[in-house]
Design a protein around this ligand. Structure first.
Ligand SMILES: Cc1cc2nc3c(=O)[nH]c(=O)nc-3n(C[C@H](O)[C@H](O)[C@H](O)COP(=O)(O)OP(=O)(O)OC[C@H]3O[C@@H](n4cnc5c(N)ncnc54)[C@H](O)[C@@H]3O)c2cc1C
Length: 409
C-alpha cells in the first residue's frame, strides 16, 4: 500500500510540500489540512500589491482547483489540527475528524505577535488575508497611520500607506529600520528613503501605551511624546504555531526542533517540519535556525518531499538564506546573514535615480557572510552563490567583477 502523507498547514510551505511530493513520485494519498477557510493564498503581496488594492485575491492564489485536482491533493480547509498522536500516527482535527498518516509534515507557520497594549480596537496586525483586507479598508479612510515596528513588514506597510496618501509615522526602538538584519549603515539608507517619501521615522524610541478606539487612537512613546492616529498597525514579529503540538512528545523550542534532514526530533522518524515553524540543524552554521522567509519555505518543502520519497538516502538541508522586500523604488534583496557581520563594503550608487548598489558583508573569518542589493538582482545572485561556496570576501568582490569602494566613514 502506498503511504499517506498528512500535511498540516496549507500556506506556501504546506502547498509546496504537497506539489513536490507528487513531482518526486509520491503515489499515496496527500491530505492537506488548513485552519483558514480561504483557499490557499500567498502572503508577500499582503503588505504590497494586495494592500495597495492593485491585486485582488485571484492574483495571490497558491494552488488552483485545477492543479489540486490534477495532483490528487485532498484538502481539509477551515479546520485546525488540534492534536498530533505520534504513537498512533494520526492527526486529530478540531471537528473531531481523525486523519491517519504514515508520514506527517508540520507546516503551521507563525502568527503575528499580539500587541501588549490595551486599546479597545483599531490596532491591526498583518499576517493573514483577513488581516490584510481589514487593514486595506482602514487605509482607504485616509487618516493618519502609526506603524509600530520597522521591520520589513512595517516598512512595506509604511510605503504602501504613503502611496495611498496617508500621513505615516514609523516607531521602532532600534536605531535603523530592519537594523537587526541589515546593520546600521544600510538600515540608515533605508530610513533616509522613508524620510524622503514623507514618513516621520521615530527611531530609537519605543511605545509605552496605545489607547482609544478606531479612528481616534493615541500612541504614547517612551520619550513622552504622543501621536494621534486613525489606524495603528503593530508589526513586532511572529511566533511559531506550535501550541497544538504540546503533549505530542515532539521537541519544541521556538519552533519544531528538527535534525539536519528537517525531521522533527521525536521517538519516530516519520514527522517533518517545513517553513516558518521549523527550527532545524543547519550544518554550515553549526546551530539550529528558524527562518521566516518565503524562499526558505519553498526550498525546505522540496527537501522534505525528497526525504519522504527517499527515506533511505536523506539529504541535509543547508540553504543560503534569501529574502526580498519592495519599498518605493527599492527592490531590496538580501542573501546570507548580514546581521552576523560587522564590516561591509558598499558598491554602486545609493543616491542614483533609480538607486542601484550592493552592500557586501565580511564576517569575522574574512568570508562573505551576507549581501544586500538594491535594484541589482544579478549582483545578488552572484553574491548568494559566493556565500554558499564560502568565498573569501576579496574573492567574492572579484567574482562580482566589481571594483570595491570603501563604504565611507
Ligand atoms: C505581510 C507579509 C509579507 C511578507 N513578505 C515577504 C517578502 O516580501 N519576502 C519574503 O521572503 N517573505 C515574506 N513574508 C514571509 C513569508 O510569507 C513566510 O515566510 C511564509 O508565508 C511562510 O510560509 P509557511 O507555510 O511556513 O507558514 P505560514 O505562511 O504562516 O502558513 C501557515 C499556515 O498554517 C495554518 N495553521 C496554523 N496552525 C494550524 C493548525 N493547527 N492546523 C491547521 N493549519 C494551521 C495557518 O492558518 C497558515 O495558513 C511575508 C509575510 C507576511 C505576513
Amino acid at each position: 500500500v502506498e503511504p499517506t502523507v498528512a500535511v498540516v498547514g496549507a500556506s506556501v510551505g504546506g502547498v509546496r510540500t504537497a506539489q513536490a511530493l507528487r513531482a518526486g513520485g509520491h503515489r499515496g494519498r496527500i491530505v492537506l489540512i488548513g485552519a483558514e477557510a480561504e483557499h490557499p493564498y500567498d502572503k508577500p503581496p499582503l503588505s504590497k500589491q494586495f494592500l495597495a488594492g492593485t491585486w485582488g485575491v485571484e492574483r495571490i492564489e497558491l494552488l488552483s482547483p485545477a492543479d489540486r485536482g490534477a495532483l490528487g491533493i485532498e484538502l481539509r480547509l477551515g479546520v485546525a489540527a488540534a492534536d498530533l498522536d505520534v504513537a498512533h500516527r494520526r492527526v486529530v482535527l478540531a471537528d473531531g475528524e481523525v486523519v491517519p498518516y504514515d508520514v506527517v509534515v508540520i507546516a503551521t507557520g507563525a502568527s503575528a505577535r499580539r500587541p501588549p497594549w490595551q486599546a479597545d480596537a483599531g490596532v491591526h496586525v498583518l499576517r493573514t488575508l483577513s488581516d490584510a483586507s481589514r487593514l486595506r479598508d482602514a487605509l482607504a479612510g485616509g487618516g493618519a497611520v502609526v506603524m509600530v515596528g520597522g521591520g520589513f513588514i512595517g516598512c512595506e506597510v509604511a510605503a504602501t500607506a504613503r502611496a495611498a496618501g496617508c500621513r505615516v509615522t514609523v516607531v521602532d526602538p532600534l536605531a535603523a529600520p530592519a537594523g537587526r538584519l541589515l546593520g546600521p549603515q544600510v538600515g540608515g539608507l533605508l530610513a533616509d528613503v522613508h524620510r524622503r517619501h514623507g514618513v516621520d521615522a521615530r527611531l530609537g524610541v519605543g511605545v509605552a501605551d496605545i489607547r482609544g478606539r478606531p479612528g481616534d487612537l493615541v500612541v504614547e512613546l517612551s520619550d513622552g511624546s504622543v501621536l494621534e492616529a486613525a489606524t495603528v498597525v503593530v508589526g513586532i514579529g511572529a511566533t511559531p504555531n506550535v501550541d497544538w503540538l504540546e503533549g505530542s512528545g515532539l521537541l519544541l523550542g521556538d519552533g519544531v526542533v528538527c535534525d539536519r534532514f528537517s525531521r522533527a526530533l521525536s521517538r519516530t522518524d516519520d514527522v517533518y517540519a517545513v517553513g516558518d515553524v521549523a527550527r532545524w540543524w543547519h550544518e554550515r552554521h553549526g546551530e539550529t535556525v528558524r527562518v521566516e522567509h518565503w524562499t526558505n519555505a519553498t526550498e525546505q518543502a522540496v527537501n522534505v518531499a525528497r526525504n519522504i520519497v527517499n527515506p533511505d538516502e536523506p539529504e541535509a538541508y543547508v540553504p543560503t538564506e534569501y529574502v526580498w522586500s519592495d519599498q518605493y523604488d527599492w527592490k531590496l534583496q538580501v542573501a546570507g546573514r548580514p546581521g552576523t557581520c560587522s564590516e561591509l563594503e558598499l558598491i554602486g550608487d545609493p543616491d542614483g535615480d533609480p538607486p542601484r548598489f550592493a552592500a557586501l558583508y565580511r564576517d569575522a573569518s574574512g568570508v562573505l557572510g551576507g549581501a544586500a542589493t538594491v535594484n541589482w538582482p544579478k549582483a545578488l545572485l552572484t553574491a548568494r552563490r559566493c556565500i554558499a561556496q564560502d568565498f573569501s570576501f576579496n574573492d567574492a568582490v572579484a567574482q562580482l567583477g566589481l571594483t570595491g569602494r570603501p563604504a565611507g566613514s
